[in-house]
Design a protein around this ligand. Structure first.
Ligand SMILES: [Zn+2]
Length: 605
């Protein structure tokens, strides 16, 4: 770590030539031409063949391989355009290029859509008899995942109607929410400023993390006033989406509101309910942490404006080279394979880290395809946070690299395990940073880590409970009022904090900006599930020592070729075991206990 001399951000840009050389690369046109021809030939050869009692394992395997080969190529121009757009979002030519690639992708998917529909509609007797055939070994999981929807599929004609009307129904409501919240101008009156300034929602939310309490209060006032202005629309909109889902679920014979999400996540209700109930059982950890945080901040009481307050002003800078060394050493101490795979990202220019105009915010790892390579995107500003982001994205990166052992349909990890390697990578780097930090830095590092984990584990599970009650209430009693939404939100969130943070009345409205409730109902629990899973797995890794690393690498190499239960069995984990999940909570407890101890030590030092 270096002291506060402003370091230059790194001039690190990615090399995308494994995909294409530019937006006018003739290979792009050739890819689409070939994909169209192949998609037509595919339909010609297999339409009517899949949903048929005559279907043989060989025919199905050949169909899947052909389908997979088409999508392996189609993914390239689509990925490439998205990546170009992410670093150049202000260039209309790039925007138009991206839109064009998406539209061409839709053309292909219309031509091949019959395949998945037929595979879902095919009689169980036929498919079950084929599943154990060696010709289909590689695609068992793909077929299984596809077939889970069979019981909830409607006739083709009904599916078409639902698909078409969704554009003016649920999707239109989602878009209305996105357009309203992305473009709303908040009037922000900063303390000491003469007049209010215009701010976006993101800017206002960021100020809730400001070190100055009056600024945080101003941000909370602004956010609440802005949401209040839109209250009628947001409440109406959410009520509609709740009912839209109720109708869809009824038609598709889903038994309860979160049923369809469990299917997408390949998890069972019992499993998810167990994890959510354990979260509730351990809410006291949240209280313990915020009591210490209140002491450190020296406040008589914490409210909704203090939960993200930083403990100290952070002044440390970490150069790009140093970050690289930290991450590679931390990964390497666990497994040389991890550091070798992460090292490639630096050596081969698979990272875009330079902040620059037109580059989008956020960070991600794009898998691309097994026959090219993944890339990582972030804007590195020399902060400690940026090192953790790099660790997170390179965790994904290593997972993607190792998954290249799989073919395209098995390449992407199954959903609840999607954040496995990223969270694991963060833990490795966190422990390394802590081991070298001063007492004060340690306190800040622990607080960040614990708050991050709580936001993922407890907040998301409380949000899941909120959603569940909203959907259930809408189904049982009709539309909800703004007050009812606020009441449920306040109850679920306050339960998590106990007496440690007093959520004020302003907070009652704050459910209404959470996009996940709108565009991905019940998605939130996957975050708690994934984080807890890694916390527990990380304890296993430490207990088992070096022997665990090989199993872990093997797990990452399996990509999405198995379902979550089967994948976790390869490292000796039973996802239905309460003891496994409890180990995740005990890992959290260790962090909180260490945080309390460092605080005592800091006070006496
Ligand atoms: Zn991630």
């Amino acid at each position: 770590m270096q002291s506060k001399q402003a370091l230059e951000p790194p001039k690190v840009r990615w090399d995308l030539s494994a995909l294409f050389s530019g937006i006018d690369d003739p290979k792009i046109e050739e890819t689409w031409k070939a994909a169209n021809e192949q998609a037509e030939a595919f339909a010609e050869a297999f339409r009517g063949q899949i949903n048929s009692s005559e279907l043989s394992a060989e025919t199905l395997a050949e169909a899947i391989r052909t389908y997979e080969a088409i999508y392996n190529e189609v993914a390239k121009p689509i990925s490439y355009s998205g990546l170009r757009f992410s670093t150049d979002s202000g260039d209309p030519a790039i925007g138009a290029f991206m839109q064009k690639q998406r539209e061409r992708g839709t053309e292909i998917s219309i031509k091949t859509m019959f395949f998945e529909l037929e595979l879902q509609a095919a009689p169980s007797e036929t498919i079950d008899a084929l599943l154990n055939d060696p010709a289909l070994t590689q695609y068992r999981h793909y077929i299984w995942a596809m077939r889970m929807y069979s019981a909830h599929r409607l006739s083709e004609a009904e599916e078409v109607i639902l698909e078409e009307t969704a554009n003016t129904g649920s999707r239109a409501w989602v878009r209305l929410f996105e357009e309203l919240t992305a473009n709303q101008v908040f009037k922000l009156q900063k303390p000491g400023a003469d007049a209010p300034i215009d701010a976006t929602q993101q800017e206002v939310l960021t100020l809730l993390r400001d070190p100055d309490r009056a600024t945080r209060q101003a941000a909370a006032d602004t956010l609440t006033a802005g949401l209040k202005e839109m209250e009628r629309v947001l409440v109406f909109n959410y009520n509609n989406l709740l009912q839209d889902k109720a109708v869809d679920d009824r038609l598709r014979k889903f038994e309860y509101p979160e049923h369809s999400r469990h299917l997408a996540n390949e998890l069972e209700k019992e499993n998810v309910d167990l994890v959510i109930s354990l979260c509730r059982k351990h809410y006291s950890l949240v209280e313990r942490f915020y009591r210490v945080k209140r002491e450190i901040l020296g406040l008589p009481e914490l409210t909704h404006i203090d939960r993200y307050a930083p403990l100290f002003d952070s002044e440390e800078e970490v150069s790009w080279d140093r970050a690289r060394e930290i991450v590679l050493t931390a990964f390497g101490n666990f497994s040389p394979t991890l550091s070798a795979k992460a090292g490639e990202f630096f050596d081969q220019n698979w990272i875009d880290a330079e902040p620059r105009k037109g580059k989008q915010g956020g960070a991600f790892c794009n898998y691309n395809t097994p026959d090219t390579h993944p890339v990582v995107f972030q804007s590195y500003l020399n902060r400690m946070d940026d090192v953790m982001t790099l660790a997170h994205e390179l965790g994904h990166g290593v997972h993607a690299s190792l998954s290249r052992a799989q073919s395209y349909l098995n390449f992407h990890g199954t959903l609840p395990l999607a954040e496995l390697a990223s969270t694991f990578g963060e833990m490795l780097v966190f422990e390394k940073l802590v081991s070298e930090a001063t007492l004060k830095d340690k306190l800040a590092l622990y607080a960040d880590k614990i708050e991050g984990i709580f936001a993922t584990v407890f907040r998301q599970s409380a949000m899941f409970s909120f959603e569940k009650r909203c959907h259930q209430t809408r189904r049982a009693d009709g539309e909800l009022t703004a007050e009812q939404f606020g009441e449920i939100w306040q109850e679920e969130m306050q339960a998590m904090f106990g007496d440690s943070v007093a959520l004020g009345d302003q907070h009652r409205m704050w459910w209404s900006y959470v996009g996940h409730f709108i565009f991905a109902p019940f998605y939130v629990y996957a975050y708690s599930f994934g984080e807890l899973l890694v916390l527990s797995l990380y304890q296993m890794a430490k207990a088992e020592g070096p022997g665990f690393a090989d199993k872990y690498v093997n797990l990452l190499q399996l990509g999405g070729s198995l379902n979550p239960h089967e994948l976790m069995e390869t490292v000796g984990v039973d996802l239905n075991s309460e003891a496994f999940w409890e180990a995740g909570f005990s890992a959290m407890e260790k962090l909180v206990t260490a945080f309390e101890a460092i605080w005592s030590e800091y006070q006496t030092a």
